[in-house]
Ligand binder design. Sequence first.
Ligand code: MN
Length: 726
Amino acid sequence: MDYTPQDEALIAARFDSLLASCEKICRTDEDWAMIRRAFSVAKDAHKGVRRRSGEPYITHPIAVAQICVDEIGLGVKSVVASLLHDVVEDTDLGLDDISRMFTPKIASMVDGLTKISGVFNNESISEQAETFRKMLLTLLDDVRVVLIKIADRLHNMRTLGSMPPEKQIKITSETLFLFAPLAYRLGLHAIKSELEDLSLRYRFPEQYAEIEAKLEAAKKKRVKVMERFDEPIVKSLRENGVEFEISERVKSVYSVWRKMQQKQISFEEIYDLFAVRIIFSPSPVIPEKTQCWFIYELVTDLYPSRPDRLRDWITFPKPNGYEALHTTVMGPEGLWVEVQIRSERMNAVAERGVAAHWKHKEAPEDEVASDEKFDAWLSRIRDALSSPTEDAVDFLDNFQKSLYTSEIVVFTPKGEDRKLLKGSTVLDFAYDIHSKLGASAIGAKINHKIESIYTVLSSGDQIEVLTSNSARPTPEWLDHVVTTKAKHHIKNYLRKTGQSNIERGKILFETRMAELGIAPSGRVFRKLLPAYGSPTKDEFYKNLGAGTISLDGLQDILRQNAASKLLKFWTLFQSDNDSEEEDSVPEEMVVAECCIPIPGDDVTGYRDPHTGKIFVHKTSCNELMRLASQHGKNIVTGIRWSSHKAMSFLSVINVQGIDRIGILLDLVGVITGELGINIRGLQIQSHDGIFEGEISLYVANTSDLNALIAKIKKIKGVDKAQRING
Ligand code: MN
């Protein structure tokens, strides 16, 4: 099907606009020729295909290319790759053809873009994570591929209105979870902010409209005040010969919304809605940094500042390269105003991030300018990506977190500085220096004072790690590290020792079974695993090998009648999920930690607006009620338990009563003997003839638990028995 005359006119107009933008990047005739060639190849390839909006498909690659030039500051190769980004998928044209028609470099960029084009297409979470990992591998290869991917996402977000609602939810979730943080990390502040605002607009249209209207109103009301605020600054800067531009900024709708959510405050309670940005042309003789502080002084001479709000990102720029000086001062009518001071160069970095480095160094496009901070970040990603033990979902989670975290600077005893993620502990520091040092750490001298390995470090700390040959990493260590490197090495160690436990356990088990003359069949394991509280065979072997379970009761367990003790495996599902099957995203449901519902409990979900996960609470839970009252929109109803196969759940019972000899035996007898339920932990304290205990055990569901509690209550001396986690 050919393009209609109307299509042709529209396409020509869009392409002309792209060509106009390309004036600033094309240097040679070949540059222009390549762009035209890419356009005609793409136009041909997408012939007959329309976007949901009804526009010819080719308008999309044109728009992506234009974003790359105008908003990210990329060059000719990126424009060509953008135009071709969906071509390989939609036509017979191969990479070889592209390599021949353009250049091998462009073919490899298109290849990167094609490989990650399916990133988030209705796959399971782990598949998504795996594809995202691939996307990051291309980031290591050529940052531009990911920058183009972000431009692609931005255009799709700008045209999201024509997508069906369930697609909108999916796309906005991915955008908030990954693309906005990634844009932030790559320094694309304006794009990050737009991605967030667009996501919010489609996700919570009413809240978005409300905040937008209030911001508009506040702006109108403040127009005069802001003019009065700027006036003396302008005067003072001019008198002091500073060449500058001053502009007013209003917080983005999304950042207002987030602040309201996080701090549980109303719009009216947000005091830092307004900011003023001063961008100065650097004087050639005075260092930029000195000029920033000079302007800072002029401003704070005029208005009182809040010292706790001073942000010096000149001495220590943000990990994403952002440099500026921020201060919050009190303007007329008691209005707090943030003042951002930047040089023109700092402003370019703030707006175009990583891409600005190429621009400023005027390096040829292929010569990726080396930026120390960015390189350090890339090398951290490289480390993380090359760690084969970390599962893709974990990786994605850690990576996502790493996008927003900032850094601290600490020192070795010799005064060498090391950059670490904020929140790093002595262990992170030790592993950062060497995995052997990490694995044998037992403590540290921080600023000459002895501290534990779990101590969280602060910028400026000087750390000497204390080691011992007998030290060994434990699973607990994982709760006290934040860096990927430390996690990777600890997990690796635990996995290796876990592996040898598995082998040892397997031998123990097989020997014992041979003695009993029983073949370890699937039926045997179905009985055994729930009885030992192990979800998998490996887990069972591992516990056995590590000595945390014993085979003493093996015969009894095997003798038990499997049919009457079969435990069920429960999952949560949403019964009134009425979105179209093929488009529906598998919901990720998590049991809420505040009330820990177990199968049989009446439950209701709360969708966390940031991650999209559904937290499942007991319907009677107080925390759920608080959430429902404040964010009713995020409540998910219709969640049910459904049973499948053998598995059990951890629950805690509190028992109180009068101490007597033998009561403990009676308790254990009731729990294990009569119901075949598995005790995980037992803690009894007794004083003055009274005893109190907590029993953690695995049960199949509420009715089993209630039956057990009823039996415990009948034990002589027991006064009270109740479930305590909720
Ligand atoms: Mn696309």
